[in-house]
Write a protein that binds this ligand. Structure first.
Ligand code: F6R
Length: 621
């Protein structure tokens, strides 16, 4: 997830922003307008920032560097009438100056900013072998493809026509803005990544979200997938399949703060709702469903996986529960012993064989001190180490032998939500890769797991569509004395995660248990004032779990269950339908538990995005 912004209009340095009434309160040059837009988009990533500015006599000026937007010094281009900018959240290539956007063609005449992933960039780059590439990014193929299209014998030497041609070559997701020296337009294309156009009086805007230009105009047009648009000061032309189309102009009524959160009151709820797109990004270009294989772009020394004796996952909090889910998958799919340890408790231990052990750190931030400590102890013992993280360039990636990125996009809310789903999905792909390599998983069984994964984003969307039902349940039970979450098998980590989510944002007492353990002690706590929330899906031994739920109900506890679609447990007080997605069904159930936690906390007016006493990244041991 990156942020992009573009502006084209009549505002010049010193004009005081008099291009339109709407811009009157927003003085500054094109560079300043783009820079302010980038500041508003920084929540989408802040690994690097860059701008390209152009004016009638000054040509195209590009400036970019690693680091936050404030570290970028925007060049002074006095006659600039257009500019595009980018703030990066790295997916391909570390956060360096060279990898910062905009990227340019060989001559430096075309500049492009991009949000998304070009999945076929390696093939395209091979095709463009006579072009000079200066970065490790997937994006850089785009300006070079535009350069080719502009020079093609059967082409038009026109930026808009060139972008139309290039669009057909790109696989994956993108929102791009392209500018060209001597051309007074910004050309925009969209497939799968968000982009919105802003319509001022003598100016046009484009951005990843409206916050970037809300101070200038509230009149916006959302592009549809496959649309290409040409922006000029006079307005916007939009094309679909090469033909001009009209798209509605809507007026934004949100205030800037809400708009940054996409209209949601809290980042956490926004991030819960982002899970289908985050998961799509996690899986993009990695599943070979027909072939029953995955491409995670990770490699191990020859023979290492075949001889593997044990996978030891080290992690904290939510990442630890993702690890608990994954350990079951490694055992089942990869036929290898898998253990999970709380990172702060981890020691390599005697009696284990370092050269036949893979220690996997699961960490959203890649900076958690406890997890880094565990990895350092594993490295010192001589084990092979691996990280599953959301954060390119984070400390953990520098200390392990290999990394898989979960690509969930920045998570601002302190409570982890979308990254949990993306971590488990990434670890599930790793389990398939290891299982296939070891010959423990047949192609047919792998295909079935990959189909489940492929269905997960849609299943999560179906759960999100039931949010009203969860809100009602949260209202009904919010004043309970305590909440117990139960499940079996893959339902256990989800029950533990459900309880963690509720306690950390609502401050209510909540505990997760393996359902079978209730009767060994916790049942003493059960009363009519302690609802039990159960994971009753595939992969979670639903019937046995329901027996334990019934034991709690007999003691008066209300029971709420996340139940596989098509199954029914008549005695439940509330039943949430979970779509059929096989081995990842408990992950879809988890989204109900996230929503439940969110709505209980919201009813109580808690500081949901920044719960008391907590921090997003815990960098102390
Ligand atoms: C809970 C939560 C924390 C983190 C934990 C590990 O919602 O976010 O429990 O999961 O602090 O953080 P990372 O994954 O960054 O290592």
């Amino acid at each position: 997830m990156c942020g992009i912004i573009g502006y084209i209009g009549e505002i010049h340095a010193g004009d005081g922003g008099a291009a339109s009434d709407r811009a009157a309160d927003a003085p500054g040059s094109v560079g300043e307008i783009v820079h302010r837009g980038l500041k508003n988009l920084e929540y989408r990533g802040y690994d690097s920032a860059g701008v390209a500015l152009a004016g009638p006599t000054s040509g195209l000026t590009v400036a970019k560097r690693s680091g936050e937007v404030d570290a970028l010094s925007v060049p002074d281009v006095p006659d600039a009438t257009l500019g595009v900018g980018h703030t990066r959240w790295s997916t391909h290539g570390p956060p360096t100056d060279a990898n910062a956007h905009p990227h340019t063609d060989c001559a430096g005449d075309v500049a492009v900013v991009h949000n998304g992933i070009v999945e076929n960039y390696e093939a395209l780059k091979a095709e463009l072998s006579d072009h000079e590439f200066t970065s490790d990014t997937d994006t850089e193929v785009i300006p070079h493809l535009i350069e080719e299209a502009l020079a093609a014998d059967d082409g038009d030497d026109d930026l808009l026509a060139a972008v139309h041609r290039v669009e057909d070559r790109l696989e994956g997701s993108y929102a791009i803005c392209a500018v060209r020296e001597g051309d007074d337009r910004i050309v925009v294309a969209r497939r799968g990544s968000p982009i919105v156009l802003g319509r001022g009086e003598d100016a046009s805007f484009v951005a990843s979200d409206v916050t970037a230009f809300l101070e200038h105009t509230r009149d916006v047009t959302y592009l549809e997938d496959g649309d290409v648009a040409a922006l000029s000061p006079d307005g916007v032309e939009i094309f679909a399949d090469g033909e001009p189309v009209e798209r509605t102009i809507e007026t934004v009524t949100w205030e800037a703060d809400a708009a940054e959160k996409g209209g949601y009151e809290h980042y956490m709820r926004k991030e819960i709702h982002e899970q289908p797109s985050a998961l799509r990004q996690t899986l993009a270009g990695r599943l070979d469903v027909d072939g029953g294989d995955v491409d995670l772009d990770v490699s191990f020394p020859p023979g290492f996986l075949a001889d593997l004796e044990e996978i030891r996952i080290v992690a904290c909090g939510t990442s630890y529960y993702a690890g608990r889910y994954a350990a079951q998958l490694f055992e089942e799919l990869a036929g290898v012993r898998a253990t999970v340890e709380i990172a702060s408790e981890y020691e390599f231990g005697a009696g284990r064989t370092p050269d036949r052990t893979l220690v996997v750190a699961v960490t959203q931030s890649g900076e958690t001190a406890d997890t880094l400590g565990a990895i350092r102890r594993a490295n010192a013992a001589g084990a092979r180490t691996f990280a599953v993280t959301n954060t390119l360039g984070s400390t953990v990636t520098r200390e392990v032998d290999g990394t898989a990125f979960i690509r969930a996009g920045p998570e601002i809310g302190v409570a982890a939500t979308k990254t949990f789903a993306s971590q488990v999905a990434t670890l599930a792909m790793l389990a398939v890769a290891v299982g296939r390599d070891r010959g423990a998983l047949s192609a047919a069984d792998a295909r079935s797991v990959l189909k489940d994964l492929q269905g997960l984003p849609g299943a999560v969307q179906q759960v999100l569509d039931e949010e009203n039902q969860v809100r009602e349940a949260a209202r009904e039970y919010q004043d309970s004395e305590a909440f117990f979450f139960v499940g079996r098998a893959l339902g256990v980590p989800v029950a533990l995660e459900g309880a963690l989510k509720l306690k950390e944002i609502s401050y209510d007492h909540a505990e997760g248990f393996a359902a079978g353990e209730l009767k060994h002690g916790p049942l003493a706590l059960v009363t009519p004032d302690t609802p039990v929330l159960a994971v009753l899906t595939e992969g979670a031994r639903a019937d046995e779990t329901m027996n334990n739920v019934t034991e709690a109900q007999t003691r008066g506890a209300p029971a709420l269950g996340c139940v596989s679609a098509g199954e029914e447990y008549d005695t439940l007080d509330v039943s949430f339908d979970v779509p059929d997605v096989g081995i990842v069904e408990p992950l879809a159930a988890n989204v109900y538990l996230q929503l439940f936690a969110y709505h209980v906390a919201n009813e109580k007016g808690r500081a949901i995005d920044k719960p008391r006493n907590l921090a997003k990244s815990v960098t102390v041991e």
